[in-house]
Structures are given as structure tokens and as C-alpha cells.
Design a protein. Sequence first.
Length: 237
Amino acid sequence: MSTEELNSCDLGTKEYWASAYAKELKNFEEFGDEGEIWFGEQNECRIVKWVAKNFAVSDSIVDIGCGNGHLLVRLAADHNFSCLLGLDYVEEALTLAKSLAVSKNVQGSIGHKVCDLLSSPLTILENVGTIAHAVVVDKGTYDSICLMPNMDQAKRNAYIQAVKTLITGSCNGEDQEHNARGRFLITSCNWTRDELLSHFTNDFELVEELPTPAISFGGKQGKTVTSLIFKIKAAQV
């Protein structure tokens, strides 16, 4: 079944994010403003607590589309995680993320690399290295990709392959040990639980849903944010 795509907008363009992070970097340099916490502090706190509860501080954690890198800084500063990696396709974001890490004295625990998630698995591995990551965290990046001009299933498939590549450290996304252990944690404000399941369950199996506040309107209940945790399906091995 085909997916009904979202209407594209500026939030799906690299130019928008380059300009936004250039402004945030200037504000940080001039006023010490750390920038926006995407989806808010409470949602970030849930993610940080889940990672800290379920993984060792030496496990490799990658934040795809890390922006200002605030989530990784919290994992390093508050929970002593030491093998963290922030990826973004916008260099201005990574400059800000590096500056924030230095300001918190955790730069030795966090690496930052330019990476376009829609590039080929080989290109991703050339940029990132053949490391199997215990957790791949997405906090709004998939939402942004889905707002790109001409979003289609091919781009979605490229994103899915990128996540599998980062979990397994291999081009084909197949590694039995890391398929079983690695986790993909995605937080979205544009897609519901059921929609995310329809996008990803051909390749991933739902493991857990993080609790997020529900809202009621017109007699119906819903959520402004959904956080799901997946693992690669055993059939993918």
C-alpha cells in the first residue's frame, strides 16, 4: 500500500536548516544560547533516560540529524556515555554541536560527522566508518525528510537502509548479532503510531513505545509526539 506523503515545505530543505543553524550558532557565540531542543526538554529527557537504562556507557550511540547535539551532550554529561556520534548533513549544525560539547567539556565523548542519510550505504560507511551502533536515534529527522520536495518511497527506502547500515555497520544491513541487539528509536510529530508502523514494519519489528502525553479534542484522544523503538526483523538476517 502506498503512503500518502506530506505536503513539502521549507523544513524539508537543506537551505532552511543551514540558515537556521547559522543563526543559532551566532546566538550561541554571542549570548551562550544553546538553541532549540527539538520536541522539547521532556521528550528529550525520556529518550535519554531510556538509553541510559538499557545500554552501557561504552555502547555506541548515534543521533541522526543531531542538530545542536543537545541530546548527545546530555548522555555524556549526565550519564557518562563515551562513544557518541552526531550526524547531520548541515555543517552549520555540526559546528554548533561541537561548540556546545566543548562548552560542557564532553567533546572527548562525542564525535560529529557530515552525513547525508539518503546517500548510498557505501558512502555512509565511508563517512562514518564500519561501526555497528547499539542505538540509532532519530528525533525529528525523518519528519524533515518527509517534508522534502518530491518525497517518495525511494527516499523512504534509502532512509530505512541508512538506519540498518548504521545498526549493523555493513552495506547490506545484515549482521545477525547486531540485528538482534541494535535498536532504532524514532520520535515523530508528523506521523502517528500506526503510520510509523506502516512505514517501517517491512524491515523492523516494534519493541517498545515510550509513553508520551495524550491530548483530547472533540471527544477524540491523540498525541502530539510519538516515540517508537524498533529492531531489525529476524527475517532480515
